[in-house]
Design a protein around this ligand. Structure first.
Ligand SMILES: Cc1cc2nc3c(=O)[nH]c(=O)nc-3n(C[C@H](O)[C@H](O)[C@H](O)COP(=O)(O)OP(=O)(O)OC[C@H]3O[C@@H](n4cnc5c(N)ncnc54)[C@H](O)[C@@H]3O)c2cc1C
Length: 471
């Protein structure tokens, strides 16, 4: 007689739904408990909506080089209509429709795979079963052989700058705006802050970016951050560095952000993008023996096990790396491990990620080896894109390809690309890192002429030549 494993997953974002699909295909009996909607915050309020908004912003940014390319805008039609700005209400309706449709698609895939979706709020019992508060007010207990926690994070709130959903906003609330904020203050210059600041500026808002650090994108490649900040400033963004916001208050139809040093910044709206907190409250973690890290995230090992037997965790709630792709991988790994399949522990040295600004900033593998180790064992080469023929034809000058290799073996260990569609250009470097290709191997692969990917091969050739010179 076959024994079927009963898996209960709490949270239907990429960490939860990807795990559910894998477990179901492997023959488990899967229940997915989700409080808001399948797809999770990733699909409904965070990743998918922001990238859809940015798709419109990207089109607007592309007009920056219109004059150089000989295009006349204003009075003369572009694609049948004259470009005069954006209709934010329409943009936001498209954003929400696309997010809902994606959620429906995921729900259908889950149902087709045989996953039972329960709308409700779940928590662990002390004997590691799952109790769910259902929308009708009743509570149901689900027996579980294995539990996966994938409850995600929520925006961090500052008590002196609480969002009101109208003029003081968090990143989930911006899609309710009917009109473009004329003067937007973005507090926080991490990935989320930078993406929204760039997008709204391209859409037509006058943007002030308040950054508590020396530069935008702290923690990212310093050269990439420098390019982005200079592009932001050139386009007219006001970037306030080393400026920590203490409060944001409404004054009629204005908002006033007060900085810790007493200066004030006024605008029509403010977007707070000051990090996130894990959704761990009310999950019964302590009673079930699930330990947290010092930052309050759920502690997991590289196969997504928590400290409690049979309880796994995946995604943002683990704080491992706040990316949809990592959440999905952690969820799949958890299921492979729980169901006795072959499993490769997660390897963060191979993760590729992208910041969807204009230009985009894509990164893979080890990219801060020089700064961290003062470079005894690594080489790096940065090739500016302004010499690339395709870049010249397209009329852009800001960006580069940077490769990192290990001395001795000459294998590629990481890369940074700053360019339009860097998210696509990073893929060959990701393959090189993943497959342990040498700089020579990357250099000798054919690339299309003219193409931006030609610069990836060229950077490898120059890195090779540099290494030879050193020898
Ligand atoms: C603005 C923004 C843009 C982003 N853009 C990108 C991007 O371009 N690329 C990328 O890779 N990542 C991006 N991210 C990060 C990405 O959204 C997250 O890494 C991803 O959502 C993590 O997935 P998850 O499954 O851990 O959690 P989530 O997607 O947050 O899903 C968690 C789900 O759990 C549910 N839940 C919570 N508690 C309970 C409970 N007790 N019972 C039942 N359900 C519960 C919630 O309702 C939610 O639906 C972005 C994040 C933000 C904020």
């Amino acid at each position: 007689m076959d024994i079927v494993t009963r898996i209960v997953i709490i949270g239907g974002g990429p960490g939860g739904y990807e795990a559910a699909l894998v477990a179901s295909r492997l023959g488990a009996d899967v229940v997915l408990v989700e409080a808001e909607g399948v797809g999770g915050a990733s699909v409904l309020t965070d990743c998918v909506p922001s990238k859809t908004l940015i798709a419109t912003a990207d089109v607007m940014s592309s007009f920056e080089s219109a004059d150089e390319l000989g295009i006349r805008i204003g009075g003369v039609s572009v694609g049948g209509s004259c470009v005069t700005g954006v209709n934010l209400d329409k943009v936001n309706r498209r954003v929400k429709d696309l997010a809902s449709a994606q959620s429906v698609d995921i729900g259908e895939s889950l149902s087709k795979a045989g996953v039972q979706i329960i709308r409700g709020r779940g928590r662990l019992t002390p004997d590691r079963q799952v109790e769910v508060d259902l929308p009708d007010g009743t509570v149901t207990l689900y027996h579980a052989d294995v539990i996966l926690l994938a409850t995600g994070v929520r925006p961090r709130e500052v008590p002196e700058a609480m969002p009101d959903g109208e003029r003081i906003l968090n990143w989930k609330q911006v899609y309710n705006l009917k009109e473009l904020p004329p003067e937007l203050i973005v507090v926080g210059s991490g990935v989320t802050g930078a993406e929204f600041a760039g997008a709204y500026q391209a859409l037509g808002s006058a943007v002030t970016l308040v950054s508590s650090r020396d530069r935008v994108l702290p923690g990212e490649d310093a050269d990439a951050a420098e390019v982005l900040e200079s592009v932001f400033r050139r386009r007219g963004m006001r970037v306030l560095s080393r400026s920590r916001a203490a409060s944001a208050v409404r004054k009629g139809d204005r908002v006033v952000v007060t900085l810790e040093d007493g200066r004030t910044v006024e605008g029509s709206h403010v977007l707070m993008a000051v990090g996130s907190l894990p959704n761990t409250e009310g999950l019964g973690l302590e009673e079930a023996g699930v330990e947290l890290t010092r930052s309050g995230h759920i502690e997991v090992d590289r196969v997504s096990r928590t400290s409690a037997p049979g309880v796994y965790a995946a995604g943002d709630v683990t704080g491992v790396l706040l990316l949809a792709s990592v959440a999905a991988m952690q969820g799949r790994i958890a299921m492979y491990h729980a169901l006795g399949e072959a499993v490769w522990p997660i390897n963060l040295k191979r993760v590729s990620s992208n910041i969807f600004t204009s230009p985009e900033v894509a990164t893979v593998g080890q990219t801060n080896v020089k700064a961290q180790n003062d470079s005894p064992g690594f080489n790096e080469y940065k090739l500016a894109l302004d010499s690339n023929p395709r870049a010249k034809m397209l009329g852009f000058k800001d960006g580069f390809v940077k490769l990192f290799s290990r001395k001795g073996s000459d294998t590629v260990v990481g890369g940074v690309v700053v360019a339009p569609r860097a998210s696509e250009l990073i893929h060959p470097i990701t393959m090189a890192v993943d497959l342990h290709l040498t700089v020579d191997q990357v250099a000798s692969v054919f690339t299309v002429y003219p193409s931006l990917s030609g610069s990836v091969a060229e950077a490898a050739r120059r890195l090779h030549a540099d290494v030879k010179d050193e020898d």
